[in-house]
Design a protein around this ligand. Sequence first.
Ligand SMILES: Cc1ncc(COP(=O)(O)O)c(C=O)c1O
Length: 382
Amino acid sequence: MSIAFDLPPAARPGQSADTIDTPSLVLDLDRFATNVDRMQAAADRRGIKLRPHAKAHKCPDISLAQIARGAVGICCQKVSEAIPFVRAGVRDIHISNEVAGPAKAALLAELARHATLSVCVDDIAQVDALAAATEAAGSRLGVFVEVNVGQGRCGVTDPAAMLTLVERIARHGQLTMRGLQAYHGGIQHLRGWNERRDGAARAADRTGTFIARLEAAGVRCDVVTGGGSGSVEFDLGSGVFTEIQPGSYVFMDADYGANDYAGALRFEHSLFIATSVMSVAAGDRAVVDAGLKSMAVDSGLPWIWTNGKQSATLDYVAANDEHGIVMPKHEDLVGKLPALGSRMMLVPGHCDPTLNLYDEIVGIRAGVVESVWPVSARGLSR
Ligand SMILES: Cc1ncc(COP(=O)(O)O)c(C=O)c1O
């Protein structure tokens, strides 16, 4: 027996933002546009290309808005993640990651028949697998050698290993050596501005060592790509990057909000979880309808957002599967607890895994729903 019943959408364009069903992911479109423009302008001022990362949002509408403002393409972190972006018309995608196994190499090679694709390597076996897959698919791939500039994740540490990879890439006609990827995620979330500046300077020095070795070997290196939202103002002035790949700046989650920004380049919180108070029966707390299934808390609990800033009276103190516990900051503020049915906006602790929990982003402007964008790459982690 089929049931003729569909879940109504959480929001439709034109309705008041106060009536969006909860929990929902809400984007303040003015703040979002400010962030997109600000990053593009910063890159343009330095003559450096912006290739924003799509892993933070997984939403083709966002990438298309960034490209319309001047971004040269996008980064994805996974091969399957790139598929909805290719479908939506994004024509230049860098997989800023290594690819393991023949199935993924084959998928990447197939996708490369439909768009300009590049990928990272840090091992000869990856180069050979990509060559075999592109030969079978009749496609071409750009290849970046990833270098380890301090993060200790992927990437070769020894410049001699980089040169071995460059030589191997050159043996395969379907592969083109595009340049180096030098990304250091650990720097992004150092709280102090000076700490981040110094960390980025050390990473840039290491990157410079790899570039010098390439030049000494007579290898052309057109692109040096890297950088994230926490280090970008230093990366832009470092002299080593030709391209930056920040992602979270479009949203600014609570974890990025906790960084100290002494410099001129800062971004606005634009992403919120709309939640409703579903119980006040306990008396000393409010229980809201957004818990662990509505947000990632790996980088900390969300902030409660009131009147354009973090609430001075209330804290979100615990996330259960489907419930969130909101407490007053001091006992004498119990009277300030929100009433049953009232609504709140939360700034999620970590945007990337939070987006992966939602089908849609509800865009609002001046208190009205303007857009509902699908998070098309949600769950695509292969
Ligand atoms: C390789 C790479 N580039 C860029 C980024 C973007 O970083 P963020 O979202 O912090 O700006 C990430 C994030 O993890 C990354 O892994």
